[in-house]
Design a protein around this ligand. Structure first.
Ligand SMILES: N[C@@H](CCC(=O)N[C@@H](CS)C(=O)NCC(=O)O)C(=O)O
Length: 366
């Protein structure tokens, strides 16, 4: 039997292409809406709270040459939207690990459009040409018009959402994996034989427990927390999410007062995962998702930390604020019916952050 990389061995859904509605243990109140769900805007429990469904393609690319999806230069393609934080963390890994020459990528248009004439679904589509908007390009592999087309090429009975990122296998013409937390781990460890930065380990064995524990509260309260604020349809779930969000941001601020990165003094996966939300915070979430109790730039440590991560080689090109703003303000008509894009604040994340100087000599215990 194929042995799986240790970082993924605990997962229950490996190497299965299954429909989310058939297997996930969901609360009764939520089951019907999940089966019907086609986009995140539909993922609503009866209480009016946003409840994200799990990804369904969970295959693993492995350095084991006998695996179904072995590491091969040029075989895999990453479909992203620059707007999407989950997809952006995959692109960040592609750059940081120096995999850009062995894994190609394409970004869709930022604003959701109708994906088919026969129904009302709104989702990610490819532009017809490279010239429409810098960064977005047509599908170079399958001539797909939308991300939905790719899922339908890969599976005839797929009933989940048509999300990015999508890690695509050019050889088997299928989706390998559509869960960013899996994809970043594969990029971190499996491609080292052909990566330009094989020694960069963002999930080192000695920090794994710490990273996992940190990811858990940051995902719940911050990464997914901003969506719970923005997509809430009743006051109570919003209040709950926003309280939790700011407790977690305050906790980060305190941690980052004592150490350069969120899990200590080395850059880890947990930083990349936190960054993708922070970089969107003042430009989008503060306004569009009503996360306005405090702005990121009012947190001195978090703000400079965000600049610090932005300035890691390979990171800045993964941040396309034009795509980010166009997407959020333009794709959720229930939240922003006229699609007006606020003009500010246009923060310069490449300005000095001072974190290496301030924290170099004082590594205090928390
Ligand atoms: N669990 C997925 C979540 C991905 C996800 O939610 N992507 C959003 C964009 S930010 C999406 O594609 N949504 C499409 C939709 O809701 O229809 C991951 O982390 O990879």
């Amino acid at each position: 039997m194929l042995s799986l990389p240790s970082f993924l061995q605990f997962r229950p859904l490996l190497n299965t292409n299954i429909s989310s509605s058939s297997t996930l243990p969901l609360p009764n109140s939520f089951k019907l809406s999940v089966r019907m769900a086609r986009s995140a805007l539909d993922e609503m429990s009866e209480s009016g709270a946003f409840a994200r469904t799990a990804s369904t393609f969970r295959n693993i690319i492995s350095r084991d040459p006998n695996s179904e999806f072995p590491v091969e230069s040029g075989r895999y393609h990453l479909y992203i939207s620059y707007a999407c934080p989950w997809a952006s963390r995959c692109l960040a890994y592609l750059n940081i690990k120096g995999l850009d020459k062995v894994i190609s990528f394409t970004s869709v248009n930022p604003i959701w459009e109708r994906t088919k004439e026969s129904d009302e679904h709104m989702g990610w589509v490819f532009p017809a040409t490279d010239a429409e908007l810098p960064g977005a390009g047509p599908d170079p592999l399958n001539g797909a018009k939308s991300i939905r087309d790719l899922y339908e090429l890969a599976s005839t009975n797929y009933s989940g959402k048509y999300t990015v990122p999508v890690l695509w296998d050019k050889k088997l013409k299928t989706v390998v994996n559509n869960e960013s937390s899996d994809i970043i781990r594969m990029f971190n460890s499996e491609f080292n034989a052909i990566a330009e930065n094989p020694d960069m380990d963002l999930y080192p064995p000695q920090l794994r427990a710490k990273i996992n524990e940190t990811n858990e509260w940051i995902y719940d309260a911050i990464n997914n927390g901003v969506y719970k604020c923005g997509f809430a349809r009743k006051q109570e779930p919003y209040d709950e999410a926003v309280t939790k969000l700011y407790e977690a941001l305050d906790k980060c601020e305190e941690i980052l007062d004592k150490q350069r990165y969120i899990c200590g003094n080395t850059l880890t996966e947990a930083d990349i995962r936190l960054f993708v939300t922070l970089i969107r915070f003042d430009e989008v979430y503060a306004v569009h998702f009503k996360c306005n109790k405090k702005l990121l730039r009012e947190y001195p440590n978090l703000f400079n930390y965000t600049k610090d991560i932005y300035q890691v080689p390979g990171m800045s090109s993964t941040v396309n604020m034009e795509h980010i703003k166009r997407h959020y303000y333009g794709s959720h008509p229930t939240i922003n019916p006229f699609g007006i894009i606020p003009s500010g604040p246009n923060i310069d994340y490449s300005s000095p952050h001072g974190r290496e100087r301030r924290l170099a000599t004082e590594t205090r215990e928390i």
